[in-house]
Design a protein around this ligand. Structure first.
Ligand SMILES: *Cc1c(COP(=O)(O)O)cnc(C)c1O
Length: 236
């Protein structure tokens, strides 16, 4: 498994670099997250050994089962991050706030309040991204720019939170134009946010998965979230 993940990573890396060249971007400005949901611990280890340092999980319990142990032996030095990319229920928020470096799937005001109150005593603020719904198929996310901007203002009022950007899932379609326009909308919303709330900074645009990461990079993604292309089909 180790070798195949390393080989797949090499192919993904080539595509990332090509997309950067096409769009005049620097490779170092695009983060690569390995989405390890439904993958066994040995897949996490293989990705780590291949050089991956940003991991994404969609469920709190699964993530804590896999990563609490893993960090004990692998997290001593150097930077590494665990991000939540799946929807977060209120009753899991406390565990999530302690486990994750970033919650990318902040999709409602009540969750901002919950996380804000849970992070008052955190040593360093919890990074969050606001999830923006750019395609009808995705059920999660703020549905319009106005709700996004109100959420941004709310998030900035909590000292334990560090709102850092936006996340989206593009519509699941082979229609590249529709996917591209979803990514453009996310980038435009981020630019507007940065104008209205310069204190936030908003550097992170988390967009692009296995099927669309090259388009996402062309449209400004600063973090692609890759599962299938790295590990194969989930559950296979
Ligand atoms: C599963 C998942 C990914 C990875 O999807 P792949 O198509 O397997 O690369 C990325 N982002 C989110 C939010 C996910 O739930």
């Amino acid at each position: 498994m180790k070798d195949s993940i390393a080989a797949r990573l090499e192919q993904i890396e080539e595509k990332i670099q090509a997309a950067c060249r096409r769009s005049g971007r620097e490779r170092r400005d695009v983060g690569l997250m390995a989405v390890t949901k439904f993958q066994p611990p040995r897949a996490v280890l293989a990705a780590w050994q291949a050089g991956i340092r940003i991991f994404g999980e969609s469920r709190v319990q699964e993530a804590s089962g896999k990563f609490l142990e893993f960090w004990k032996t692998h997290a001593r030095n150097g930077s590494h991050e665990l991000h939540l990319v799946g929807s977060l229920q209120r009753n899991k928020a406390k565990v999530a706030a302690a486990l994750f470096d970033c919650v990318q799937s902040v999709d409602r005001d009540s969750l901002i309040d919950t996380l804000g109150s849970l992070t008052i005593d955190r040593e360093s603020p919890l990074m969050i991204l606001l999830e923006y719904r750019t395609g009808e198929e995705s059920k999660a996310g703020f549905v319009c720019r106005d709700s996004l901007f109100r959420a941004a203002e709310r998030a900035l009022s909590f000292p334990g939170l560090m709102p850092s950007g936006l996340m989206t899932m593009a519509p699941f379609t082979g229609d590249t134009a529709a996917v591209r326009s979803a990514f453009r909308e996310l980038a435009a919303a981020r630019d507007e946010l940065a104008k209205r709330f310069p204190a936030g900074g908003w550097p992170c645009l988390s967009m692009g998965m296995t099927s669309d990461f090259e388009t996402a990079i062309e449209e400004g993604s600063t973090m692609v979230r890759i599962g299938t292309a790295l590990f194969g089909e989930r559950g296979a």
